[in-house]
Design a protein around this ligand. Structure first.
Ligand code: SAH
Length: 225
C-alpha cells in the first residue's frame, strides 16, 4: 500500500468514527439527555479505547458491550443519564463510583466533577482501567480494590455516589457515606426487575425517586483477585 493510500485509509477511519460519535451524541440528545456538559464530555471521551480492539468498531453504538470477566461497559445513554442525575443540583466535589469496570464511566465522571473515588472488586479490570485513565491524562481519580457494598469509609463523606451494578437492596454503608445533601444514583432489584433510583440525604432522613426500569449486571460480594 502506498503512503497516500495508507493516509487516506486512516483519515477515512477517523472520519467515520467522528461521524458515528456525532450520531451518538445526537441520539442521546433525542432520548432526553439535556445537560450540555455531559454531552460534550461524552463527545470527547474515546469509548473505543475502553473495549477490546475487536469491538472498537461498535464503541459508538448506544449499547453495552462485553469487557471480559462476565462484565460489560455501560451503555452510553445510562452513563449520560446517571451523570446528569448526579449533577442535577449543581457541581460536585467528591464522587465515589462503585464498579469501575472498563473505567469508561469513571473517565466521563472525572471530567465533570473535582475528584472521583472508584471501587472495583475485580483486580484485572481495575488495573486495565487505571492504565486507560493515565493514558488519557485523567489524573483526578483514585482507585480502590474492594467490595462496593462497603463503599470507601476512610474517605467519606461523598457529595455523590454512583453504582454501576444492580444491588438487591440499597447498601447501608453507601447511605452512611453520603454527605448532607449528597446524591446516590443506584440501580436496585434483580434479574429482569430493576429500577434506577436517586436517593438524596436530606436534613432529616433520605428522599427517594424511582426513575424507571434499567438493566445492569449484579453487584456481587467481596473482592476477587
Ligand atoms: N461503569 C462500568 C460498568 C462495569 S459493569 C463501565 O462502564 O465499564 C459493573 C462493574 O461492577 C463490574 O466491573 C463488576 O466487577 C463491578 N462490581 C460488581 N460487584 C461489585 C462490588 N461488590 N464491588 C465493586 N465492584 C463491583
Amino acid at each position: 500500500m502506498s503512503r497516500e493510500q495508507d493516509d487516506m485509509l486512516r483519515r477515512g477511519i477517523g472520519m467515520t468514527s467522528q461521524r458515528t460519535r456525532e450520531r451518538l451524541i445526537q441520539r442521546l440528545y433525542e432520548e432526553g439527555i439535556s445537560n450540555a456538559k455531559v454531552l460534550e464530555v461524552i463527545r470527547r471521551t474515546p469509548r473505543h479505547l475502553f473495549v477490546d480492539e475487536a469491538l472498537a468498531h461498535r464503541a459508538y453504538e448506544d449499547t453495552a458491550l462485553p469487557i471480559g470477566n462476565n462484565q460489560t461497559i455501560s451503555q452510553p445513554y445510562m452513563v449520560a443519564r446517571m451523570s446528569e442525575l448526579l449533577l442535577e443540583a449543581g457541581p460536585l466535589d467528591k464522587v465515589m463510583e462503585i464498579g469501575t469496570g472498563s473505567g469508561y464511566q469513571t473517565a466521563v465522571l472525572s471530567q465533570l466533577v473535582e475528584r472521583v473515588f472508584s471501587v472495583e472488586r475485580i483486580k484485572v479490570l481495575q488495573d486495565r482501567a487505571k492504565e486507560r485513565l493515565v493514558e488519557l491524562n485523567l489524573r483526578n481519580v483514585v482507585f480502590r480494590w474492594g467490595d462496593g457494598w462497603e463503599g470507601w469509609p476512610a474517605l467519606a463523606p461523598y457529595n455523590g455516589i454512583i453504582v454501576t451494578a444492580v444491588a438487591t437492596d440499597v447498601p447501608q454503608a453507601l447511605l452512611d457515606q453520603l454527605a448532607p445533601g449528597g446524591r446516590l444514583v443506584i440501580p436496585v432489584g434483580s434479574g429482569e426487575v430493576q429500577q434506577l433510583m436517586l436517593i438524596i440525604r436530606e436534613e432529616q432522613g433520605f428522599s427517594r425517586r424511582v426513575l424507571g426500569a434499567v438493566r445492569f449486571v449484579p453487584l456481587l460480594n467481596g473482592p476477587l483477585a
